[in-house]
Design a protein around this ligand. Sequence first.
Ligand code: CP3
Length: 342
Amino acid sequence: MAEKKLLRALKGEVMDVPPAWMMRQAGRYLPEYRATRAKAGDFLSLCYNPELAAEVTLQPIRRFAFDGAILFADILLVPQALGADLWFVTGEGPRLSPIDTEEKIDALKPVDAVHETLNPIYQTLRILSGELPDDVTLIGFAGAPWTVATYMVAGRGTPDQAPAHALKDGNRAAFDRLMDRITGATVEYLSQQIEAGAEVVKVFDSWAGSLKGQDFHQYALKPAQRIVSELKARHPEIPVIAFPREAGDGYIGFAKATGADCVAIDNSVDADWAAAHVQVDGCVQGNLAPHHMVKGGQDLVDEVRRIRAAFAKGPHIFNLGHGITPDADPDNVALMLETLRS
Ligand code: CP3
């Protein structure tokens, strides 16, 4: 069998029609997802149910023929596996028992204890390995340490990540131990995902954009570099996609500095700019604004064509700049792929 398109792009191949998948492609905009989610009960029960998690991972593949299938799970399972309480409030988002003092940081479980909690996730990947069509790439993922830390310290999502910044600036030694623990756990987690069948892994740093200057270097770039190098030491063949969302100029040189095979870019940067400054170093992923999946129409068609053309001279994986939203229309996803592939 010929090598999968998504893996070829990650090796640097330039293709006429780039491979495509979508962040949050398994989600509430799909009626079949909502039905399976209702059957599972709450969101976390779905994440920890390997049969149903595999089912929702496959739903968008059946419907749209994406080139990549991303494991259905969540970045906040790692803090839970390290000992934080985690629950989701419907309509609001995640809640955790805040890990905001030295005592609580030092009481977290050791990094190799995470598998005890995360074993069902590896089972989901084993099921998917057997069930995915031959041309679809299986993508594993984890949150980047800074983004995970922002939820752990605050105990919830925050608009400005202020609690994590306060701990970082107020007790740097303790914050560094927290980052170190999350980074180690992330390497363990991604490594087991690969053992279970993930062919690519992606590291989501959704709040990288709130780190400035030296902090960006210390808490976005360096952890990514450590994760990539430790994974490459264990699994040299497995590509890594880094997503330092809203990094702005920080995207420049990020792949080179971290050793990542691909940098995913959000939709706040222009595709032509990213082609000139980021794609010069290798594969990029992105960056259609998710609102086009709500609106559709000629704007969507024009944007897909513009982005494809902007990245046509280098390796590219077509994706959104952030996750698809629950109010998106599945017909617009079909239109996006039809436009891309015609
Ligand atoms: O992309 C995929 O389809 C794979 C699965 C996936 C989910 N979350 C499922 C999910 C992935 C890769 C994530 C990553 C994730 N989770 C991130 C990083 C990417 C990003 O969006 O910035 C973050 C920050 C989280 C934490 C998280 N999980 C939040 C803040 C929320 C609540 C917001 C929301 O959309 O409801 C979640 C819940 C969540 N994760 C849902 C899904 C499908 C919705 C839960 C539901 O079904 O009710």
